[in-house]
Design a protein around this ligand. Structure first.
Ligand code: ZN
Length: 177
């Protein structure tokens, strides 16, 4: 009896590992690498990032796949953020890690910086990485974090937090100008 249960647990584990490894992955666009743990996360991310009146910037109006649509959105958004800031870093390469909830984002922040925060997303200049909660993400949140990434790449040196914040908020409020 116990053997049978062990066998079932073993197969469930293998099954689980197989599917998570199949769907976990990376998506590379011109400027970004999007890291996700399952396909539904990626689809949800695409759904939550609504381009609205920025849709005219999209290169493929009829996207081949949702993956291509996400890649296109990221690159178009980064270029939009660059033009709002009038900052065009020579090279920009960032990772975007998709997480299920704000609690996960806050857990990573705490591990990195030892502080408790109520963030739904943040950019780490050291890792050139944006950590995002899929539950809370929307265009303005993503644009704000991308602004931090662009500012960081532009100056290439540690920029005062206040400057970062003022500029990232400026981007958020001028996104649709
Ligand atoms: Zn910020």
């Amino acid at each position: 009896m116990h053997k049978k249960i062990c066998l079932i647990i073993f197969f469930l584990l293998v099954f689980h590992l197989f599917f998570t490894s199949v769907y976990a992955g990376e998506l590379n666009s011109r400027y970004t690498t999007i890291i996700y743990s399952n396909e539904s996360q990626l689809r949800r991310f695409n759904k939550e990032i609504k381009m609205g009146s920025l849709s005219y910037l999209m290169r493929n109006k009829v996207s081949i796949s949702f993956e291509d649509e996400i890649k296109n959105k990221m690159d178009v958004l980064i270029e939009k953020v660059e033009s709002i800031l009038e900052m065009y870093p020579r090279e920009i390469r960032i990772s975007i890690i998709l997480l299920d909830s704000d609690k996960e984002v806050q857990g990573i922040y705490h591990k990195k910086y030892g502080r408790n925060v109520d963030f739904i997303a943040f950019y780490s200049p050291k890792d050139k990485t944006i950590y995002l909660s899929i539950n809370d993400v929307e265009l303005a949140v993503l644009a704000h974090e991308l602004a931090h990434a662009v500012i960081d790449h532009y100056y290439g040196i540690t920029t005062p937090t206040k400057i970062h914040e003022v500029l990232a908020q400026y981007v958020e409020s001028h996104l649709f100008d």
